[in-house]
Write a protein that binds this ligand. Structure first.
Ligand SMILES: [Zn+2]
Length: 242
């Protein structure tokens, strides 16, 4: 192994490096834009303050974050190849997905785990309905983010469940799917509920108050999406129709 040459199997990086070099040179804290705004000025109460003129400047800068997935790289490579891997402890049999390279069971004394392929099936362990998000995910709103326990594993992995926010429940059986564009990140996969399941008696979906509140909150998100992106509620709901 020691004299085995390290080679790049597939290069998805060169274009982003080139793009970044240009950007990094352009940035470098030089002023690239400015505007003048009026605002309260000087000491004392804000209602007594005089209006002053202030200059705002834009100085682009940033960082390209490059890191390795280390020993769990196989898991992320698996996502690109549409295969789900976990790891299993050879001592106690605990199966991890997402993977851990060493067992966390104290009696196993950090035993090294082994890779196992897992089925593309799981169960919703818990979930949140996202009604607002960071910029990168705004156009996906509203969406369900769940911790899913993959069949045969003892841990849970976070992923999006593509379903109406008023139809997801704890214990729901799901199928794991892969997105068309995969870059080796958790977002490469998502879950879809298996059809024809009975909602458990203790589910919040049986609570009319919960559904009423959820419907009210969803209306707020729809109104925001329409104002910001011109998105229509009907089009958003089409994402969940299968
Ligand atoms: Zn163990």
């Amino acid at each position: 192994m020691a004299d085995e040459k390290i080679k790049i199997v597939k290069d998805e990086s060169t274009s982003i490096y080139k793009e970044w070099e240009t950007w990094a040179r352009k940035g470098n804290f030089r002023v690239e834009g400015y505007q003048f705004i009026k605002g309260p000025c000087g000491p004392g109460k804000i209602e007594d303050a005089k209006m002053g003129e202030f200059m705002l400047v834009n100085r682009p800068h940033g960082a390209l974050y490059t890191h390795s997935y280390g020993l769990v790289s196989k898991f992320f490579k698996g996502l690109i190849e549409k295969t789900l891997y976990g790891t299993r402890c050879p001592v106690c049999g605990t199966t991890y997905c997402p993977p851990r390279m060493h067992c966390w069971n104290p009696t196993c004394k950090v035993a090294e785990t082994e890779w196992v392929e897992l089925p593309l099936k799981g169960e919703v362990h818990t979930f949140s309905v996202m009604l607002f998000s960071a910029d990168a995910f705004l156009e996906m709103l509203p969406f369900v983010l769940a911790y899913v326990q993959i069949e045969g594993s003892d841990t849970t992995v976070p992923m999006q469940v593509i379903t109406a926010p008023t139809e997801v429940f704890v214990g729901q059986k799901v199928e794991i799917k892969f997105r068309d564009k995969r870059m080796g990140e958790l977002m490469d996969m998502y879950a879809v509920p298996i059809k024809g399941q009975k909602v458990p008696e203790d589910s919040c979906l049986n609570n009319p108050e919960y559904l009423k509140d959820m419907e009210r909150d969803l209306q707020g998100t729809y109104a925001y999406l329409e104002k910001r992106f011109g998105m229509k509620k009907e089009d958003i709901e089409k994402r969940w129709k299968r």
